[in-house]
Design a protein around this ligand. Structure first.
Ligand code: MOS
Length: 735
């Protein structure tokens, strides 16, 4: 089966199909759902970072107006363990016992008729604590350090020997601050019983995981739990776990036997749904005088919560696969602190690790007197260094060239402080990016109805990145339909299985499932007319036909064929449905390694007297294989660059090391880029469809942020001669 050229829809800058719903306020986000008899739950959070609860006096809260229940560890029923998930064990459940492991831990939930009543009563819950010494600094010698157990550390060749004999060596330490994802949509859970079924509207990137977790915790068959996420106000990874408040909302609805809505406040979001952990990284390099890497050693410690499993934050993970180097070692460790559980946030680990590694290479380029791009090209590799096998596709070289061209890299004069514009010092910096986007088993069912329209169903979620739109485009093109003939229904755990919307893998995974369904649909239509005397497609095989013009036609003979609607009508069928599935594991080890690649270029202007830094331009050149929708892809890349500017220049979740309190857990105090901080952001797409991934898609969501920090820091160095190895880059560091 092929698709007619005139209907190439994949790649088009199609407007978001859900745009009108969103801009008119008609798209329901989790917190928008309401039901008759809806009650409201508000969490009470610990005000100490470590210790135990001595006692709880809830009498006053229970007597407050409208209060239906005050649930604490003293009266909560024992809940079963959550399941193991693809990302590790579920987070520690709330209200299990009297232990406190971080400030902001949920210690009670108050349910009342109105949210105001619940909030008022929450302040009346008196909790006595027995405080113990909290461990809050990443460098605190009391912090237990876990060695990464995910097997991602690399140990190739003999780094120690290579460093000892290298002509040029480098050894520096980098730090990155904790940052908080802060999706615009406050995380919310609305839980209710619908007969025997528990129905939950939840801000989640993984409704199937929420279903599985709630079923395990409340001892229900999975089919008796339904999780709905038609729209999500962002996630950045925060929606990849089932956080304690989700369990609390479900517990509350069981206890009060009424629907319950629980919406976290913005300050609560800082402690309740994960954050990108702080890191300390040591990078050691060995190189020849002509710029060939002979040794790379990348060591990272990032933080983890007191009861968390050693969950993976793969800070140095891409280091081993980015450049050709015979001797590479990476070490990923985690220091246990009394902090809220950190969690995956857009390009977890990679965003921080790339900052250190690409800053280090920039430093090396100055030591060697080489152009930073030239240094990277001297260590370029066409094979995936970890496996020694060729990449499925790699256009990083093109990223360097196209990005440099677009940016005007040739205008750069190598010496630091050598470029000026009036009083401003001007700096150019760049970074290379290698990233491994994910993909996971996914199902989708696709139906074609008698009116010729298609209907796609999958449990997949749209984080706000455009899943509805790209699924519509893929279906339309593969079936020869127009965009407005395709309807996509996602975000419902009752629909065919989909993996989490994360790891940059949803577009790939879902497209693979749709592609499988589309192929099966065409075969199903050919089967229907196989012996149909009046069908021009009688006896035709799938390999001979093209989907176009709302039907199936013989390839090269566009007058021979008929529409889907005609076939259905003649055979008295309302619709035909095909169930599609793709499991990337099916090809197993035979599949070549694949990656997305990018080059980042940043221009900064620095006021030498004030230490003021302005990021004035960022150019991103990206190889993500086939781009499904140029407008959405550009938007992802721009959003990632803005987030990268935030991480590099402004954002820092400040934990008070005495109390564990987050000092800036509001949008008034936590700095994120505003319009004035966001310059001209330019994006160039290079590369070609990847040969091993469905439809050639490699994934874009996470690589969108990676490399921004190093490019900016390298530009700051070029402008000022000041090497900043600590994020965020502040005025204080520059003065
Ligand atoms: Mo991303 S951290 O996998 O949402």
């Amino acid at each position: 089966m092929t698709t007619a050229a005139r209907e190439k829809i994949i790649g088009d800058p199609v407007d978001r199909v859900d745009g009108p719903l969103k801009v008119t306020g008609a798209a329901p986000y989790p917190s928008d759902f309401t039901f008759p008899g809806l009650t409201h739950a508000v969490v009470v959070q610990s005000t100490i970072a470590a210790g135990t609860i001595r006692g709880i006096d809830a009498a006053e809260a229970e007597a407050a107006p409208g209060v239906l229940a005050v649930i604490t560890h003293e009266n909560a029923p024992a809940l079963a363990e959550g399941p193991m998930t693809p990302l590790g064990p579920s987070p520690p459940f709330p209200l299990r016992d009297n232990r406190i492991v971080h400030r902001g831990q949920h210690v009670a939930v108050v349910v009342a008729r109105t949210r105001e009543q619940a909030r008022a009563a929450a302040r009346l819950v008196r909790i006595g604590y027995e405080e113990t010494a909290a461990v809050l600094g990443i460098g605190d010698p009391r912090a237990p350090v876990l060695v990464n157990k995910w097997g991602l550390d690399v140990d190739r060749g003999d780094v120690t020997a290579a460093l000892a004999s290298a002509e040029v060596t480098y050894d520096e330490t980098f730090t990155t601050a904790a940052v908080t994802p802060n999706p615009m949509g406050l995380f919310a859970t609305v839980a209710r019983w619908d007969g025997d079924r528990l129905t939950v509207h939840d801000a989640s990137q993984d409704p199937m995981l929420v279903r599985k977790t709630l079923a395990a915790v409340f001892d229900l068959p999975e089919t008796d739990v339904r999780v709905l996420v038609p729209y999500l106000g962002g996630g950045f990874g925060a929606g990849l776990r089932v956080w304690p408040h989700v369990i609390l909302a479900a517990l509350a609805t069981r206890i009060v036997a009424q629907p319950v809505k629980l919406v976290l406040t913005r300050p609560q979001m800082f402690t309740s749904v994960g954050h990108r952990p702080e890191t300390r990284q040591r990078v050691r390099l060995g190189a020849t005088r002509d710029g060939r890497l002979v040794a790379v050693d990348h060591e990272s410690t990032s933080t983890i919560g007191a009861l968390d499993d050693g969950g993976v934050e793969p800070v140095p993970q891409t280091t081993g696969n980015a450049y050709s180097c015979p001797n590479v070692a990476t070490h990923d460790r985690r220091a246990r602190l009394h902090i809220p559980s950190p969690h995956w946030m857009r390009a977890p680990g990679a965003a921080q690790g790339n900052f250190a590694m690409e800053s280090a290479l920039d430093e090396l380029s100055y030591t060697l007197g080489l152009d930073p791009i030239e240094l990277r090209l001297r260590n370029y590799t066409e094979v995936h260094p970890g496996s020694g096998r060729p990449w499925s596709s790699k256009a990083l070289r093109e990223c360097y060239h196209a990005g440099a061209e677009r940016f005007g890299w040739a205008r750069r004069t190598p010496k630091t402080g050598s470029m000026r514009d009036g009083n401003w010092l001007v700096g150019y910096g760049m970074a290379g990016v290698t990233f491994t986007p994910g993909q996971a088993p996914c199902q989708a069912s696709v139906s074609i109805r008698r009116d010729g329209t298609a209907y796609v169903r999958s449990a997949a979620t749209d984080l706000g990145t455009g899943t509805y739109t790209v699924a519509t485009q893929v279906t339309a093109e593969l079936l020869g339909l127009d965009i407005d003939q395709v309807q996509v229904e996602i975000g419902d755990s009752d629909l065919p299985f989909a993996p989490y919307s994360g790891g940059s893998g949803m577009a790939t995974s879902l497209s693979g499932a749709i592609q499988d369904a589309a192929g099966k649909l065409v075969q199903a239509f050919l089967d229907v007319v196989a012996n149909d005397e009046s069908s021009p497609l009688r006896g035709r095989r799938a390999a001979e036909v093209t989907t176009t013009e709302g039907g199936i036609y013989v390839t090269g003979a566009p007058s021979i064929g008929e529409t889907y609607g005609d076939m259905l009508a003649r055979h008295g069928l309302a619709e035909i449905t095909a169930d599609g599935e793709r499991d990337p594991r099916a090809n197993g080890a035979s599949e070549p390694p694949s990656g997305s690649f990018a080059a980042r270029f940043a221009e900064v202007r620095v006021d030498p007297e004030l230490g003021l830094v302005r990021v004035t331009r960022i150019v991103s050149a990206l190889d993500a294989g086939r781009i499904l929708n140029e407008k959405l892809a550009r938007s992802q890349m721009i959003g990632g660059a803005v987030m990268g500017i935030g991480m590099t220049m402004l954002e820092e979740t400040v934990f008070d090391h005495e109390t564990g309190r987050i000092a800036n857990a509001t949008f008034g105090d936590y700095l994120i880029p505003a319009h004035a901080d966001v310059p001209d952001l330019d994006v160039v797409f290079v590369g070609t469809p990847d040969m091993v991934r469905p439809l050639g898609i490699k994934g874009i969501g996470e690589i969108a942020i990676v490399g921004v920090s190093a490019a900016i820091a390298n530009a700051v160095y070029h402008a000022t001669g000041r090497r900043i190895r600590s994020l965020p880059i502040t005025v204080e560091q520059l003065l």
